[in-house]
Write a protein that binds this ligand. Structure first.
Ligand SMILES: Cc1cc2nc3c(=O)[nH]c(=O)nc-3n(C[C@H](O)[C@H](O)[C@H](O)COP(=O)(O)OP(=O)(O)OC[C@H]3O[C@@H](n4cnc5c(N)ncnc54)[C@H](O)[C@@H]3O)c2cc1C
Length: 475
């Protein structure tokens, strides 16, 4: 059995290990030059870091996983491998195209694979809602702040603030403090009442959260040790500065995240790190023809198989529930993709996965962005930063176009056509324009997943999606 796993984060590594244990030949591809994904982003080996585990939970789990997978004789590991296209073969099975080599370098090696089964474990990227001044240097996504702390030990700013929503704000503040930044405060937009209601209800459904208690306790202790205050029901609604951020306005918000007039406070700061949750990287799954749920995750069955036979998905692609959930789902996907026999270990992973799914649902219900965030925008607030499209321009074009399809809005405003291809602004543009587009296309669809040099494209023996074929899949 030949299996390709895309993504070497917790889900992809666990999937590769399970599939190898079940006897498959595994090719593990990742665009990064390191294993571990976002959760175990670490200093390069050349740094000879003696304390690699300081900023990482479950570091010994990573070491065990990575060494078993990489030393297995049936595993081919390809790093710096950017999968840029998945084609569907005549029988519906996937054909995977990757370029291997440093990002955007000339002469990357083209790799085409036709596995018997494919496991998608491409994770998510962090989401930041726009606000006036968010394009100033010194305003970062919290994910970028965390990545710099973990993989470079760089502390952003001497007076940092962390804002947004969700438990991810806690490790980010902790990493900033551990790398030497002074963190002035963590501002969680969800109100105290909503937190109590959301996390307090039906506690018996929160079995997975019990396992997370030591991690949470570690963050609380870290915040106390570093003197980091934690506020709820507050959001950064503006960043100020000329060449870079110098201050930020924080306001109290109501349950729908609308700022409450008269509660604004301006804080001097040189680093504003903001995260409002995560957006799954759906483009490869969409290209492979997989069904997407109403909540915009890859639809999977109990074996983690998608709607396409032989294509499996695991980790943040199927729901945002943290690294432990990704590990459980990866183990299940790898096992069933390799047609492994009944196993007590996989039954345990399935029970863990089910608990984590409830935890992830709760996370989303409590911390997902509320519609009031749009009221902190002004007409001149940039929404699409690549193409510098403002909130006012989007509203004006929307009122003028009759069709209100995503394609016409993209072409008339250019929102989502820049280098990030709507990864940063896509969901915000959708929400600002009322949720759904007349042509039924969502901003997650990117037939060509990453920038490809024209020369590489010309040399590629692929059938590129045409306007017609890519519109047949209305995701
Ligand atoms: C920036 C960021 C920082 C985070 N930090 C933390 C943290 O500190 N603590 C925490 O609890 N949670 C953190 N999270 C959440 C965390 O990502 C998940 O809980 C966990 O890592 C999910 O595992 P995964 O395997 O699903 O995805 P990931 O860990 O994201 O792994 C996905 C892998 O797929 C690869 N990939 C994606 N697309 C392609 C492609 N087209 N071709 C080839 N390879 C590809 C990526 O390089 C990556 O290695 C972070 C998330 C983000 C986005």
């Amino acid at each position: 059995m030949t299996i390709v796993v895309i993504g070497a984060g917790p889900a992809g590594l666990a999937a590769a290990r399970s599939a190898l244990r079940a006897g498959a030949d595994v090719t593990l591809l990742d665009s990064s030059d390191q294993l571990g994904g976002q959760f175990w982003r670490h200093l390069p080996d050349a740094a000879h870091a003696a304390k690699q585990r300081v900023l990482h939970h479950g570091w010994s789990t990573f070491e065990a996983l990575a060494s078993e997978v990489t030393q297995h004789p049936s595993c081919t590991l390809v790093q710096n491998a950017q999968v840029w296209l998945i084609e569907q073969r005549d029988d519906g099975a996937p054909r995977v195209h990757a370029h291997v080599g440093p990002v955007d370098s000339v002469g990357r090696t083209a790799l085409t694979l036709e596995p018997e089964a494919l496991i998608l474990a491409t994770g998510a990227h962090d989401r930041t809602l726009p606000f006036p001044g968010w394009t100033l240097p010194g305003v970062y996504t919290a994910g970028a702040a965390q990545a710099l702390a973990k993989s470079e030990r760089i502390a952003l700013g001497s007076r940092a603030i962390v804002a947004g929503a969700g438990p991810f704000l806690l490790p980010v503040a902790q990493s900033l403090a551990l790398t030497g930044a002074r963190v002035l405060g963590v501002y969680e937009a969800t109100t105290t009442a909503a937190l109590m209601r959301g996390w307090g209800a039906k506690p018996w459904q929160l079995g997975a959260a019990v396992g997370k208690m030591p991690e949470l306790a570690g963050y609380v202790a870290g915040h106390v040790r570093h003197g980091i205050p934690y506020f709820t029901g507050r959001a950064v609604i503006e960043a100020h500065g000329t060449d870079r951020v110098e201050a930020a306005t924080v306001a109290r918000v109501d349950a729908s995240w609308s700022p409450i007039a008269g509660t604004e406070t301006t804080i001097e700061t040189d680093a504003v790190c903001v995260s409002h949750g995560f957006t799954p990287r759906l483009e490869l799954a969409i290209a492979a023809g997989c069904s997407i749920t109403a909540e915009r995750f890859v639809e999977v069955d109990v074996r983690q198989q998608t709607s396409i036979r032989g294509v499996y998905a695991a980790g943040e692609l199927t729901g945002i529930a943290g690294a432990d959930a990704a590990l459980a789902e990866g183990s299940i996907a790898g096992h069933f993709a390799a047609r492994g026999p009944r196993s007590a270990e996989i039954s345990r992973a399935a029970r863990a996965r089910d608990r984590f799914v409830s935890f992830g649902d709760r996370l989303d219900a409590v911390h997902a962005p509320r519609p009031g965030w749009t009221s902190w925008l002004r007409d001149d607030t940039t929404v699409c930063r690549c193409e510098e499209v403002t909130s006012g321009e989007l509203a004006s074009i929307q009122s003028q176009t009759a069709s209100c399809g995503l394609r016409s809005l993209k072409l008339s405003t250019r929102a989502g056509l820049g280098i990030c291809q709507g990864r940063i602004c896509g969901r915000s543009v959708e929400e600002l324009l009322g949720g759904t587009f007349a042509d039924g296309v969502a901003t997650d669809r990117r037939p060509i997943v990453s920038p490809v040099r024209i020369g590489d494209l010309a040399n590629a023996s692929v059938e590129l999606p045409t306007e017609e074929t890519s519109h047949q899949k209305k995701h």
